[in-house]
Design a protein around this ligand. Structure first.
Ligand SMILES: Nc1nc2c(ncn2[C@@H]2O[C@H](COP(=O)(O)OP(=O)(O)O)[C@@H](O)[C@H]2O)c(=O)[nH]1
Ligand SMILES: [Mg+2]
Length: 375
């Protein structure tokens, strides 16, 4: 397919099968193909339809192309892909869940991608299958960070036991959230037993990732004591481990001191997981130091939470939260897309802004219009 046959809004990231194809016009007198009768649509032929049942089988069998295809289907914003994607998920649901899900956050430059490269390679070496996903609220704006990650994870990307999928772009963070969770289920059904989810530590995304993983770690850099004080307490209270990265070369001693300072502070904070004392550790992602200890910490966390029932309880709550989030998203979307609401909203906005009407009364009118037209 050549470029000029694609519509101008064609998304280059999508597989060919997801784009509509603009057929070249048929000129009069063309002998290869008779001209279509005017006023009738020409049925598009040979557009491969995805069969979710056989795709599910291929994913279960460990087919990487099938997995990538399944994820693309889930990420598609096209309405007609939604049902196919849901059937696929339905088929794979019984095979999902058998993994440990690890979230990794930290400011840009903390070394998350480099750490995942080392950590992921180490885990593959132990015989695990590692899937790396990303939730990046900035990727749809800049389109840049994916590129950075791919080059950081060069070694891991070549490992046959690893699978790396950049953040789905476009749409609201809420949508990215849903897609990443569904992608996670697909990866599990494909036999990946460790899922690493990288997210940039800015804004809402770390809370969203905390809600989809079992173990959450915060990567930090060495810093003076007051920098530590300025660190958002909220983020620290989400973490099951704090990793002081770049503990190498002249930075090694400082990193150890920073680790101790973190441990002192963590002692006074609310733990992210009941009964689990979040501790600080050091690592060097480039020199591959501290990696083993971090894995041992995760394993200890896993057996502690599985024995106490917290592991399963958290997953149940996360699924409930997911359902709730999706209901809220859908309600919001259907409300603001509603014809009558769209029609009335500017008027109501003007009335409340100019102070001629109370806000609650404006809301009431809009909801009345919304529900009336539904009947
Ligand atoms: N010295 C040192 N540099 C590191 C380490 N980890 C990452 N870096 C460097 O820090 C920079 C940012 O790393 P990156 O993994 O892209 O950070 P991210 O934005 O958190 O994903 C890169 O130049 C890395 O080479 C480490 O353990 N030691
Ligand atoms: Mg990164």
């Amino acid at each position: 397919m050549t470029d000029e046959k694609k519509p101008e809004w064609f998304d280059p990231d999508k597989a060919d099968s997801f784009s509509s194809v603009v057929k070249p016009g048929v000129s009069a007198g063309n002998t290869e193909r008779p001209a279509a009768k005017s006023g009738r649509f020409v049925k598009k032929k040979n557009v491969p339809r995805i069969d979710p049942v056989s795709l599910a089988e291929d994913i279960k069998a460990g087919g990487r192309t099938a997995l990538a295809k399944g994820i693309t289907l889930i990420e598609s914003n096209a309405e007609h892909d939604f049902q196919t994607a849901q059937t696929l998920l339905q088929k794979l649901l019984p095979e999902s869940g058998r993994s440990i899900r690890v979230g990794i956050t930290g400011v840009p430059g903390a070394g998350k991608s480099t750490f995942i490269e080392s950590f992921g390679s180490y885990l593959c070496g132990l015989g695990h299958k590692v899937a790396v996903l990303a939730v990046d609220p900035t990727s749809s704006l800049t389109g840049g960070s994916i590129l950075g990650d791919k080059t950081r994870m060069e070694k891991l990307a070549r490992n046959p036991r690893a699978f790396i999928r950049p953040s789905p772009s476009g749409g609201k963070l809420g949508g990215v959230h849903r897609k990443t969770r569904e992608t996670m289920l697909l990866c599990e059904a494909a036999g990946f037993d460790i899922i690493l989810v990288e997210t940039v530590g800015v804004g809402q995304s770390e809370v969203i990732v905390r809600d989809m993983v079992d173990f959450f770690m915060l990567l930090v850099l060495t810093g003076a004591g007051d920098e530590l004080q300025g660190m958002k307490k909220g983020i620290m209270e989400l973490a099951d481990a704090v990793i002081v990265n770049k503990a190498d070369g002249p930075n090694e001693q400082t990193a150890k001191k920073t680790k101790e300072e973190y441990n002192r502070i963590l002692h006074f904070l609310q733990p992210a997981t009941k009964g689990w004392q979040t501790a600080a550790l050091t690592s060097s992602a480039v020199q591959e130091k501290g990696i083993e200890e971090i894995w041992e910490t995760i394993r200890a966390f896993e057996s502690f939470t599985k024995n106490s029932g917290i592991f399963d309880e958290r997953r149940r709550l996360q699924t409930k939260q997911w359902l709730n989030d999706m209901i809220v998203d859908q309600l919001q979307a259907s409300f603001f897309h509603h014809r009558q609401v769209k029609h009335l909203l500017p008027k109501v906005e003007n009335e409340v802004i100019s102070g001629s009407r109370p806000v609650a009364s404006g809301v009431e009118e809009l909801f009345k219009a919304f529900f009336e037209a539904k009947k």
